[in-house]
Design a protein around this ligand. Structure first.
Ligand code: PMV
Length: 329
C-alpha cells in the first residue's frame, strides 16, 4: 500500500447543518449549502503499512487531544473495513489555521483524510462516494470533498446523503473574509454535542429544519438569478436561525463574543453606506463576511479596525479536495 497526501479546504455553511437523523452515519435533519475558502486548508498524509504495530496519529505536531486522535482511528476502521485490510496506519495532518474555533476544521480535516486514506488503501472511489465517506467522519466534510459552492442533499440513507457543486455567478468574484477574533479558545460545546442538545431541547427545532430546506431552495434561486441582495438575505437569516436554535437549547448555548456582535454591527453600518456585505458564523465566535470581489479591500479594512479583531484572512472560493505529490513524512 502506498503513501498518499491530500489537501482540502474548509467550508463555511451558508445554509446550516445542525442535527442528525442517524448518529453514526451522520445523516442530517436538513440539507445545507456551503462555500469553500481557498486560504484555509488541511493537508494530510496517510500510509497503511505492515511496518506499523498501531495507528499513529499526529495532528499539528503535538497540539491535539486524545479524543481527536480516537475519532481519526474510528474513521480508519471504516476504511479498513471497506478495503478488507487490517493494516495499521500513520496519519500526519497539518492545518494552516487554529482548530476548533468555528473555523470548520473538522470539515477540511475529514475531507483530506478521506481522500488520502482511500488512496493509500487502494480504494477507487468516485467523488460522490468520497463525499459519502467523508460525511461519516464529520458531516460538513462531505461539502469540503466537492468544494466551491456545494449543496449537501440530506437524503434518507447512506447512499442518498452526499454533496455536489452548484452554480455560483462568476461575476460576483465571491470573497469570504474570515474574521478571527481575540476569542480563539477552544469551543466550550463542540458541534456534535451542541446539535444533539438542540435537537432534544429547543422548542423551535422542527420549524427550524423546515426553514433550512426552504433556504436551500431560496439561495440556489438567488444564485441562478445572480441576485446578490437575495443571496445575502438568506445568509444572514440562516446565521440567525442556527444561533436562535443554539440560544433556545437547554442549557442555552451562546457562541458569540462581544467582538462577534461588534463585527455584525460594523457590517450593518457598511450596508448603510452602500457596501453590500453580509455576515455568517458557525458554532464559534469567529465571523465570516461575504462580499463581492470589488468591495473586498474596503470591507477588510473596516473589519480589521473593529476592536477585538485579531486577523482578517481574505479567501476566494476553494476547489474540491485533491491529491498532491508532497508528503508530510
Ligand atoms: O460537521 P460538524 O460536526 O463540524 O458540524 C458543522 C456544524 C456547523 O458548522 C455549525 C454548520 C455546518 O453546516 O457546517
Amino acid at each position: 500500500m502506498k503513501k498518499a497526501t491530500a489537501q482540502a479546504f474548509a467550508n463555511i455553511a451558508l445554509v446550516k447543518y445542525w442535527g442528525k437523523t442517524h448518529g453514526t452515519l451522520r445523516l442530517p435533519t436538513n440539507s445545507s449549502l456551503s462555500v469553500a475558502m481557498d486560504k484555509i486548508q488541511t493537508t494530510t498524509t496517510v500510509e497503511f503499512s505492515p511496518d506499523y504495530d498501531a495507528d499513529q496519529i499526529i495532528i499539528d505536531k503535538d497540539e491535539f487531544a486524545s479524543h481527536e486522535a480516537e475519532r481519526v482511528i474510528v474513521f480508519l476502521n471504516l476504511i479498513r473495513q471497506m478495503a478488507h485490510t487490517s493494516l495499521k496506519a500513520k496519519v500526519v495532518t497539518k492545518n494552516n489555521f487554529p482548530r476548533a474555533v468555528g473555523a470548520a476544521s473538522s470539515a477540511s480535516g475529514f475531507a483530506a483524510l478521506s481522500l488520502a486514506a482511500a488512496a493509500s488503501a487502494g480504494l477507487d472511489l468516485s467523488e460522490k462516494e468520497l463525499s459519502i465517506l467523508a460525511r461519516q467522519g464529520s458531516g460538513s466534510a462531505c461539502r469540503s470533498v466537492t468544494g466551491e459552492v456545494s449543496v449537501w442533499h440530506a437524503g434518507s440513507s447512506n447512499e442518498t446523503s452526499f454533496a455536489e457543486r452548484v452554480h455560483l455567478p462568476a461575476e460576483w468574484n465571491l470573497t469570504v473574509l474570515m474574521t478571527f477574533t481575540d476569542d480563539v479558545t477552544h469551543k466550550k460545546i463542540g458541534s456534535t454535542q451542541g446539535m444533539a442538545l438542540t435537537q432534544e431541547t429547543s422548542p423551535y427545532y422542527q420549524i427550524g429544519v423546515e426553514e433550512a430546506e426552504l433556504n436551500v431552495v431560496r439561495i440556489q434561486t438567488a444564485m441562478e438569478r445572480a441576485d446578490w441582495m437575495a443571496f445575502g438575505k438568506v445568509i444572514e437569516d440562516e446565521m440567525y436561525r442556527l444561533h436562535a436554535l443554539c440560544m433556545t437549547t437547554t442549557p442555552n448555548i451562546l457562541y458569540w463574543s462581544s467582538t462577534t456582535v461588534a463585527v455584525f454591527q460594523r457590517i450593518y453600518d457598511l450596508r448603510e453606506q452602500g457596501i453590500a456585505a453580509f455576515f455568517t458564523a458557525d458554532a464559534g465566535a469567529q465571523v465570516q463576511v461575504l462580499c463581492q470581489g470589488k468591495d473586498a479591500a474596503r470591507v477588510k479594512q473596516e473589519l480589521a479596525a473593529v476592536p477585538g479583531v485579531r486577523e482578517v484572512v481574505t479567501c476566494g472560493v476553494g476547489g474540491p479536495a485533491k491529491l498532491i505529490a508532497e508528503d508530510l513524512f
